[in-house]
Design a protein around this ligand. Structure first.
Ligand code: 5GP
Ligand code: ZN
Length: 119
């Protein structure tokens, strides 16, 4: 599904400003906010403003969107001081992938070392 907005979507409501968040970056395409329950010293969520349910719904036409998201993630990693030692950008898809909010988002996590593969 790829609509501008989906009723009762938590992240659509955050994008709309109906639910407060700590914004790290905002432009016409991308919103980046601090995760409410951080699992790393730096834990930021990057999402498209428009509703996309998950990475499974992306198409070749979303290439620009993905470039904007990953470029913003790299900028934020530098400004957060986590770029040097390295960091992780991950998106979860579906229940077994660990997705709990069905609005595409990428976790930007850093400030500690991560294991591979993830648990
Ligand atoms: P997922 O489990 O879908 O990959 O990631 C969802 C993330 O959203 C979780 O890390 C969770 O802590 C975060 N989250 C859930 N509700 C809120 C909220 O209301 N505000 C913010 N900033 N993050 C949230
Ligand atoms: Zn949404």
């Amino acid at each position: 599904m790829s609509l501008d907005r989906v009723a009762d979507c938590l992240f659509c409501r955050i994008v709309a400003g109906e639910i407060p968040s700590t914004k790290v970056h905002e432009d016409d395409v991308v919103l980046a906010i601090r995760d409410i329950a951080p699992r790393a010293p730096t834990h930021i969520l990057l999402m498209p403003r428009r509703h996309v349910a998950s990475a499974a719904d992306l198409t070749p036409g979303d290439g620009d969107l993905l470039g904007r998201i990953f470029g913003t993630a790299a900028d934020i990693a530098r400004s957060e001081g986590i770029a040097g030692p390295g960091y992780r950008v991950v998106t979860n898809v579906g229940a077994w992938g660990g997705q709990t909010v069905d609005h595409l988002h990428f976790h930007l996590m850093g400030g500690r070392a991560f294991e591979w593969p993830p648990g």
